[in-house]
Design a protein around this ligand. Structure first.
Ligand SMILES: Cc1cc2nc3c(=O)[nH]c(=O)nc-3n(C[C@H](O)[C@H](O)[C@H](O)COP(=O)(O)OP(=O)(O)OC[C@H]3O[C@@H](n4cnc5c(N)ncnc54)[C@H](O)[C@@H]3O)c2cc1C
Ligand code: SF4
Length: 504
């Protein structure tokens, strides 16, 4: 206790030309671009830097070492939704499945038309940047040899129903199909930020300090001049010291929930924390008569994009202990199902929800107010019913929707038809959200946005936001590629301006 009090009074200090807060898809990319152009960059990351061999392989260890609150933070609503966010070097990319999608043209057009972001998402520039990221991060289409049984069955089900499926593009060249993306790719095939852009930035001179939780941006005379924060204990994550960093410019990339909180603690108001959006998802499990062998194959390998219906379907393999927890029944019935753990497939739906929510600082932890609309729930139900139909089409003998109040086990499409004919009750579907957007949105009009098309605050000079929180809309596809692309675009412009100022 005494040591903690003494430590709290201790202050480490540092300085850099540019300080970047967070090392996820946004922060690592910004650091990489700026360091490559000769800017003196300091990256501050609240979580640890876990080298691949140090990462726990068991699920509980993996969740508690790399996910914020071990994945237990939920939205505050009648329909609480767990929000998954990485807290480690690499941010959420350290735990993601590597799925890569360019921004759909209708989303780009809406950003230009409704938010004045023509320069940010200039089509020729975006094409150039996407191509460069795809080369840097070794993007390739998942090959048949590593699709595995789970994704291959999904392809079969989609083909039988005539749905527009395809093998996923992922930033994992020569993926070995070990199905452990959540725990960190054992062979570092998947190019998450911790094994790609963070080390690349460091090779170009950027520095990294971990266990450094930024509390607020240091502002003097209407200009960002650094950040202040707490050193956190690696195990308890409680503050054990303080730090402050002087800088000429600050880039906040702490993710959709924590970026607005840092901005609010720094005195920014208005739309900060508002316009939170997401792609919440749910999964369906099915039993097949023959072994599926979910433990082999890309963690996620096959997808059925249904953008016109507002959702996307994906294969999603689970570690055995999580799969066992997902099986219905008790006693002998459950034991019998667990004895056939090799015979299950799991496919999930990500819904492009129209609901908008809000992030605010709670007394103990952040509160995220978010309530799916009736239309969102209709889309979700339609998506889950379609997954179940694909499963029966692929030969499933039992389908487990996992919806509270409905039969736990379906054995025929006729049973499914009956359930599909009425609206399932709100809160009955177990949702989870890992694609988050908004809360510090970009736009040309300061009355309708927090940052401008260059991602600089409308109010505070030298303060930039570069992560998914600048997205004015969700997208209906996996976001990491577009987060990186938008950040490259803004960081390249910033690097040019920084070089000009250094030369002057
Ligand atoms: C399990 C999972 C699977 C996913 N799968 C895919 C996929 O396959 N394809 C895809 O496109 N997207 C996927 N996503 C989503 C994608 O990873 C995220 O959208 C993306 O990483 C968000 O980037 P970001 O920079 O906004 O935030 P993050 O990547 O979350 O980075 C934020 C960083 O800021 C740090 N931070 C937060 N607060 C502070 C503070 N106060 N001080 C210092 N540091 C702080 C965090 O520790 C973290 O490192 C997945 C996400 C999850 C969780
Ligand atoms: S599926 Fe396995 S080998 Fe492939 S990228 Fe993920 S962890 Fe790496």
């Amino acid at each position: 206790m005494l040591a903690e009090l003494v430590a709290r009074r201790k202050v480490w200090e540092d300085q850099a030309h540019t300080v970047v807060v967070g090392t996820g898809a946004g922060g690592a990319t910004a650091a990489r671009v700026l360091a490559a152009s000769g800017v003196d960059v300091l990256m501050l990351e609240e979580g640890p830097r876990l080298r691949t061999p140090e990462r726990p392989r068991d699920v509980i260890g993996a969740l508690s070492s790399t996910l914020r609150d071990a994945g237990t933070q939920t939205t505050t609503s009648a329909h609480p939704i767990p929000l998954l966010q990485g807290v480690a070097v690499g941010g959420s990319t350290a735990v993601n499945s590597g799925i890569i999608w360019r921004m759909p043209e209708d989303v780009r057009e809406a950003w230009v038309r409704e938010h004045g972001l023509a320069t940010l998402v200039d089509p020729a520039e975006m094409d150039r940047i996407y191509a460069r990221i795809e080369e840097d991060l070794e993007v390739e289409v998942t090959g048949d040899e590593v699709l595995g049984g789970n994704a291959t069955l999904m392809r079969y089900g989609a083909e039988k129903l005539g749905l527009p499926g395809r093998a996923m593009s992922r930033n994992a060249r020569r993926c070995k199909g070990r199905s452990e993306c959540l725990q960190g790719c054992p062979g570092e095939r998947r190019q998450s930020m911790d094994v790609s852009y963070v080390p690349a930035a460091m090779a170009d001179g950027a520095r990294l300090r971990t266990h450094a939780r930024v509390d607020r941006v240091w502002i003097e005379g209407g200009r960002a001049v650094g950040v202040k924060g707490f050193v956190v204990d690696p195990h308890s994550r409680r503050p054990v010291g303080r730090f402050r960093v002087r800088a000429k410019q600050v880039i906040v990339s702490a993710g959709v929930v924590h970026t607005p909180l840092i901005l609010m603690r720094s005195g920014l108001r208005g739309l900060v924390g508002r316009r939170f959006q997401a792609h919440p998802g749910a999964a369906v499990v099915a039993r097949f008569p023959e072994p599926v062998r979910m433990s082999f194959g890309a963690t996620q390998g096959y997808e059925v994009p249904m953008r016109d219906r507002g959702f996307k379907l994906e294969s999603l393999s689970l570690p055995p202990e999580m799969l066992a927890a997902r099986l219905p029944g008790v006693g002998r019935a459950w034991q019998e199902r667990v004895a056939h753990l090799d015979c299950y497939a799991q496919w999930c739906a990500q819904v492009r929800m129209e609901a908008k929510g809000r992030v605010v600082a709670g007394p103990l932890w952040p509160l995220v107010f978010y309530e799916p609309t009736e239309r969102d729930l209709d889309r979700l139900q339609e998506a889950l019913v379609l997954i179940a139909r694909m499963m029966f089409a692929a030969g499933a003998v039992e389908v487990y929707l996992g919806v509270d109040g409905l039969p736990e086990v379906l054995r025929s499409e006729r049973e499914l038809d009956e359930l599909a004919s009425f609206r399932w009750k709100r809160g009955a579907i177990h949702l989870i959200a890992s694609h988050l957007f908004g809360t510090a949105v970009a736009g040309a009009d300061p009355a309708r946005s927090v940052v401008g098309p260059d991602l600089q605050s409308h109010r505070i000079d030298g303060l930039y936001v570069m992560d998914a929180s600048v997205f004015p809309t969700n997208m209906g596809v996996n976001p990491q590629h577009s987060i990186m692309a938008v950040v490259v675009r803004a960081a390249e412009q910033l690097a040019r301006r920084s070089a000009g100022r250094r030369a002057a």
